[in-house]
Design a protein around this ligand. Structure first.
Ligand code: AMP
Length: 116
């Protein structure tokens, strides 16, 4: 838990979130500013800054985050139509919250992968 980290505070229950899936090690909740009909953020409960850092520090936990993404997609009915999983890393990707999170997006055609 990092007290100045927004997503650690959601894990701690200090900031409300609409939780859609939870395991011992992961939490998934709806994005506050959804970019698609389904837009869920999947995080490890432990603090890691980004996908590169978690992959090096705890690859097993990184795999659990991916498994949670798959479970969320199933629960939201996304696999049939297809969906997207995005990890933003750093400045060029526009990462705003430095607690690793996967965006699970779907529910409509999502358009080109990278916006101009
Ligand atoms: P990123 O740009 O990859 O760091 O994405 C951060 C995401 O967190 C954005 O899509 C925000 O809309 C989302 N977000 C910020 N604050 C909250 C919150 N309190 N609850 C849910 N999602 C949030």
């Amino acid at each position: 838990m990092t007290s100045d980290c927004l997503f650690c505070r959601i894990v701690a229950g200090e900031i409300p979130a609409t939780v859609v899936h939870e395991t011992d090690t992961t939490l998934a909740f709806r994005d506050i500013a959804p970019k698609a009909p389904v837009h869920v953020l999947v995080i490890p409960k432990a603090h890691h800054t980004d996908v590169v850092e978690i992959a090096k520090a705890d690859p097993g936990l990184a795999g659990q985050v991916l498994a949670a993404c798959a479970a969320v997609a199933e629960a939201e009915g996304l696999p049939e139509g297809g969906f997207r999983v995005i990890f933003n890393v750093g400045r060029n990707a526009g990462q705003e919250v430095f607690h690793v999170h996967a965006h699970v997006l779907g529910g409509r055609p999502l358009g080109p992968m990278v916006m101009a």
